[in-house]
Design a protein. Structure first.
Length: 284
C-alpha cells in the first residue's frame, strides 16, 4: 500500500466493480457510483481492470461476478438486518466501497473504517466525482499500528450497546490469524443481534494441479506488490472458529453457488478452492 492511497488490490477491486456495471455480462449487482468513484471513463476501464491481475478473460469475468455477488450478498444482509431493527453498519477496510453514498436507509448510520491516509485519498476521489457525503456517514480512521478497532469506533461515536452489521470484504486473507481472531471477538461482543459478512480463501492444498498453478501465480503477484496472502481456512475451520468465538448462525457459500443463485442457473464446476463468502450471526 502506498502512502495516501488504497492498496493496489483495493483499486483492482474498484475497477472490477465499475467494469461490471458496463460489461456485457449478467448484472448481479448494480452500483451507479462505481464508475464515478473509480475516477476513470468507461473507455479506460477495460485496461485498468486488468492492470493488476493479468488473468485470462474468463478468469477475470468469474472474478468480477464473484466480487459483484459478494457485494450484493453483503448489502442483502444489511437490508435484512435493517428490516429487523438494526441501525448501525460498520464497513471494515472500506476502500472505495460506495454503500454509504447509496444508503437507502436514511436512519441507518454507516461507519467506514480504514487507514487515515486511505480515507483522505477517498475523500479526494469523492470530491472530484461530485459525490456528496451523507449525514448518515461517519469516517472512523484507524491506524492499527497505534490504535485499536475498539478505540477508533468509540471515537467515531459507535454504540457498542446496540445491534450492528459488520461488513469485512477482501481483507482477512491479508491478515494474521491472531488479528482475525481479535476482530471476530470484538464483533461477537456487540449487542445482539449482530451480523458479520466476510469472505475467505481455502488453502491451496485443496486444489487440483491446474488450480494450484493459477493459485500460485496469483499469490506470487499479490506478494510482489507488497500484499501477501497470510491466512486460509476450510469451511470446517472457519465454522469452528466462529462458533468458538460466540456466533451461533453461519450461512457459508462458495463462489459458484453464490453466483449461480443470483443468476438463477445451476452452478458450473465448483472448484475446491473457490473463494467463500459468509454471514455469521450471534443472536444471544
Amino acid at each position: 500500500m502506498q502512502l495516501g492511497q488504497p492498496s493496489r488490490t483495493a483499486l483492482a477491486t474498484a475497477y472490477a466493480r465499475a467494469y461490471h456495471q458496463i460489461a456485457r455480462e449478467p448484472r448481479i449487482f448494480t452500483d451507479p457510483l462505481a464508475v464515478r468513484i473509480a475516477g476513470v471513463t468507461p473507455d479506460q476501464l477495460v485496461d485498468l481492470e486488468t492492470a493488476t491481475f493479468h488473468d485470462d478473460s474468463d478468469m477475470r469475468r468469474r472474478r468480477r461476478l464473484f466480487l459483484a455477488a459478494r457485494a450484493r450478498f453483503a448489502e442483502d444482509t444489511v437490508a435484512d438486518a435493517v428490516a429487523t431493527g438494526t441501525r448501525q453498519v460498520v464497513i471494515l477496510g472500506a476502500g472505495l466501497d460506495t454503500f454509504a453514498y447509496r444508503n437507502p436507509h436514511p436512519d441507518v448510520r454507516v461507519f467506514e473504517v480504514d487507514h487515515p491516509d486511505t480515507q483522505e485519498w477517498k475523500r479526494q476521489r469523492l470530491d472530484a466525482a461530485g459525490i456528496e457525503l451523507p449525514a448518515s456517514l461517519t469516517f472512523a480512521p484507524v491506524d492499527f499500528e497505534s490504535q485499536t478497532l475498539a478505540a477508533g469506533l468509540a471515537a467515531a461515536g459507535f454504540d457498542r450497546t446496540r445491534p450492528a452489521v459488520f461488513v469485512w470484504l477482501g481483507v482477512i486473507m491479508y491478515l494474521t490469524r491472531d488479528t482475525i481472531l481479535d476482530t471476530l471477538r470484538f464483533v461477537a461482543g456487540q449487542a445482539t443481534p449482530v451480523r458479520m459478512v466476510f469472505d475467505y480463501l481455502y488453502p491451496a492444498s485443496a486444489s487440483t494441479s491446474e488450480e494450484m498453478d493459477q493459485r500460485t501465480a496469483r499469490a506470487d503477484l499479490v506478494a510482489s506488490i507488497g500484499e501477501p496472502w497470510l491466512s486460509f481456512f476450510t469451511a470446517d475451520e472457519i465454522t469452528k472458529l466462529l462458533r468458538d468465538t460466540g456466533f451461533d448462525q453461519i450461512d457459508d457459500r462458495a463462489a459458484p453457488h453464490l453466483i449461480s443463485g443470483y443468476l438463477g442457473v445451476a452452478p458450473s464446476k465448483v472448484s475446491a478452492v473457490a473463494p467463500h463468502v459468509l454471514c455469521a450471526m450471534r443472536t444471544g
